[in-house]
Design a binder for this molecule. Structure first.
Ligand code: FES
Ligand SMILES: [Fe+2]
Length: 398
């Protein structure tokens, strides 16, 4: 394998990664102060991946979403339109919706204020002391639920708490340019898995961004998608990824799952498969016959939740005679993720040792990690400080 080996499209140049000034100190993976800076700098005001839009798109429903310390609420109104809000009552801040529910209105459990699914207050019973439903003011910005921006790309739902964020497409543009030629409107949500990590979220991203470990940790995966055929690439917008040409689609009884078809008459390699880390919290992967979108929730400096959502190609992928194919695909991912789950937590545990100051990153095998860490340091210079001087000749370890 050479890192210069180009995936489709072949006309794309991948800028080399500059040498990192110094890898992130291990303190950056456990410090509450750095964690808070990351949430404020990297997560607030960015597009955060929530999950499959179709999982929320059911008329007259409301569901809580807890991500990056944001208590949010996604509703789907009578017209099947999705809305996003802070999950907070305008009266005295009571948390509103605790479980997904089928409802036409949202009633606060505290003093029974009632909101429509598009966030307007319609009733504040006894506010005037007389049993009437006087509304405190006529300004819906004061009385209504506080909205968050919400956008859907194919079946992927994102939220952004910035007041007027740039469109989601701006963030996804480098990925759209790379996989937009696949017929992604055929995406069919199938199912999800959830992993709770006793580990910092950055270790999950870093593990996702390198294939160095594949032959050593993932023996089964290495059998059907060898690390020798893999390549790393870097896209604009600090999106990095891994490609794996020889991915072998599951063939059982001489049948395969339906595959993406290219739009616009372009040729493409039938074994095209790439993964992308779209910061801060989307890990996306396109395989010939399915797509995965994993969300990260950095719940605490040393805790993260990863939700794995799987999508297949078109409604014909879910016919009963292909159930075994789908199960094999999901089982493979579960095995890989079980292996990664164990190792990422072990890495977090090791990085807490007082003997360990920083990683020794390979400029060839771990160039995506170098780029990721440099991005964190550029945004949050304090993340680079560990009170231990960095020397070129050592690991910062005295
Ligand atoms: S806090 Fe919700 S009605 Fe009072
Ligand atoms: Fe892995």
């Amino acid at each position: 394998m050479t890192v210069q080996e180009h995936p489709y499209p072949l006309d794309r140049a991948h800028p080399p990664v500059d040498a990192i000034r110094a890898p992130l100190p291990s303190r950056a993976y456990s410090s509450p102060e750095i964690h808070k800076l990351e949430i404020d700098t990297l997560y607030r005001g960015r597009w955060l991946f929530v999950g499959p839009a179709s999982a929320y798109r059911s008329t007259n429903t409301a569901a809580p979403v807890d991500i990056a310390g944001l208590d949010l609420l996604i509703t789907c109104d009578e017209a099947n339109d999705l809305h996003g809000f802070f999950n907070v009552c305008a009266h005295r801040a009571c948390h509103l919706v605790t479980e997904p529910a089928t409802v036409k209105r949202i009633a606060c459990p505290y003093h029974a204020w009632v909101y429509t699914l598009d966030g307007n207050l319609v009733s504040a019973r006894s506010f005037g002391g007389d049993g009437s439903t006087t509304i405190p003011t006529s300004d819906p910005q004061v009385t209504g639920l506080k909205p968050v921006s919400l956008e859907v790309w194919h079946d992927l739902l994102f939220i952004n708490t910035a007041p007027s964020p740039r469109p989601l497409r701006d963030t996804l543009a480098p990925v759209i340019e790379r996989i937009g030629w696949l017929q992604l409107d055929q995406m069919q949500y199938h199912s999800s898995l959830e992993y709770h990590f006793e580990a910092n979220w950055k270790f999950i991203v870093e593990n996702f961004l390198e294939s160095y470990h594949v032959p050593f940790l993932h023996h089964t995966l290495d059998g059907y998608s060898p690390a020798t055929g893999r390549y790393q690439f870097q896209l604009p917008g600090n999106i990095s990824g891994i490609g794996t040409r020889p991915y072998g689609a599951a063939q059982i009884n001489n049948r395969c799952l339906p595959t993406w078809q290219p739009t616009g008459g372009r040729d493409y390699p039938a074994d095209f498969a790439e993964y992308y880390a779209v910061l801060p919290n989307l890990l996306l992967g396109v395989m010939p016959d399915h797509l995965f979108a994993w969300s990260l929730d950095p719940v605490a400096p040393e805790k993260a939740i990863e939700k794995l959502h799987f999508f297949f190609v078109g409604p014909q992928s879910t016919t009963p005679d292909l159930a075994e194919h789908i199960q094999l695909t999901l089982d493979r991912w579960m095995q890989v993720n079980d292996e990664d789950w164990t190792i990422v937590q072990n890495m977090h545990r090791g990085a807490r040792s007082e003997s360990f100051k920083r990683a020794l990153l390979s400029p060839v095998m771990e160039r995506n990690i170098i780029r990721f860490q440099q991005h964190i340091i550029d945004l949050i210079p304090a993340a680079a400080h560990d009170h231990t001087p960095w020397t070129e000749n050592g690991n910062g370890h005295h």
